[in-house]
Ligand binder design. Structure first.
Ligand code: ZN
Length: 240
C-alpha cells in the first residue's frame, strides 16, 4: 500500500494544488495536522483535504483556530493569522476540525502532529534529544510527525539515535522505531521554498521525499489582500 504523507498545509491552497497530481496513485493520504493557520485559504484547504478522504489528525494551529488552544502560546504574527482564521473559517470547517483526533495508530504507524509528549501537538522534534523521548514511548511502531516544517528522519543504529535532514528525492529504508517528518506543504522552513511531502510504500518499506514548486506569488497576493502580516508573506519565498 502507498501512503501520501503530507503536513502543515497552513491555508496555502496553491501549494496543496501543486502537490495533488503527485498523490493521484497513492492508496491513502495521511494529513499530519495544521491544515489552517498562516495562509489565506483555510476553508478551501479544509475542503480540498476532505476530498482525499484521508487519515487526518489535528495540529496546534487547527486547535487554535477553533479556540481549543490559548493563542497567547503563539508569536504575534502567528496569533494575528489565527485571529483572522478564526473569523473566516466556516462553521462546517470548524466542526470538522473539532472532530479531528490528536493521535492515530494505523497498522504499525503512529501519526501525531508534534511528538508523543505534551498533548501531541506542542513539542517540536528538531533534534535527537526530543526524538529519543518519543522513541522511548514507541513499541515497534514507526512514528510520523510534522510541526517543525523541516523534512527529517530519525533512526537507531547500535542503539544510538541519528537524525538526518531529508532532501528532494531522497529515498530512505523505513523500519520500526523510525521517526519521519515529511516537511511542510504550505510553509517550508528549510530555506527551500518548495512544497514538501513524502510517499511511503509500506510493501517495499521505502519513503521518498518530494519537493514541488508552486505559485508563491499568488499565495502572497491573497495574503496581502487579506492584510495578513508581511513577515508571514515574505517567509514563503525564503522558505523559512
Ligand atoms: Zn505548522
Amino acid at each position: 500500500m502507498k501512503y501520501g504523507i503530507i503536513s502543515d498545509i497552513h491555508g496555502n491552497l496553491e501549494s496543496l494544488l501543486a502537490i495533488t497530481p503527485y498523490l493521484l496513485d497513492v492508496d491513502k493520504i495521511v494529513v499530519l495536522g495544521d491544515i489552517v493557520g498562516y495562509g489565506p485559504m483555510p476553508n478551501e484547504c479544509c475542503e480540498h483535504v476532505r476530498k482525499f478522504n484521508p487519515i487526518v489528525i489535528a495540529g496546534n494551529h487547527d486547535l487554535a483556530a477553533i479556540s481549543r488552544k490559548d493563542i497567547n502560546w503563539f508569536n504575534p504574527f502567528a496569533r494575528q493569522a489565527i485571529e483572522w482564521t478564526q473569523k473566516n473559517l466556516t462553521l462546517e470547517n470548524k466542526e470538522w476540525l473539532a472532530r479531528l483526533p490528536l493521535k492515530l495508530k494505523v497498522n504499525n504507524f503512529i501519526f501525531v502532529h508534534g511528538s508523543l509528549r505534551n498533548n501531541y501537538t506542542d513539542e517540536y522534534i528538531f533534534k535527537e534529544r526530543e526524538a529519543l523521548a518519543s522513541l522511548s514511548l514507541l513499541n515497534n511502531e514507526i512514528l510520523f510527525v510534522g510541526h517543525t516544517h523541516v523534512p527529517y528522519f530519525f533512526f537507531l543504529k547500535n542503539n544510538i539515535i541519528y537524525g538526518k535532514m531529508l532532501l528532494e528525492n531522497d529515498v530512505i529504508s523505513v523500519s520500526s522505531k523510525n521517526i519521519i517528518n515529511p516537511g511542510s506543504v504550505g510553509q517550508p522552513r528549510d530555506f527551500i521554498p518548495k512544497a514538501s511531502f513524502g510517499i511511503l510504500d509500506d510493501k517495499r518499506k521505502k519513503f521518498r521525499l518530494f519537493r514541488v514548486s508552486y505559485n508563491i506569488k499568488r499565495t502572497q497576493e491573497l495574503m496581502r489582500n487579506r492584510n495578513l502580516p508581511e513577515h508571514l508573506i515574505k517567509r514563503l519565498e525564503m522558505g523559512r
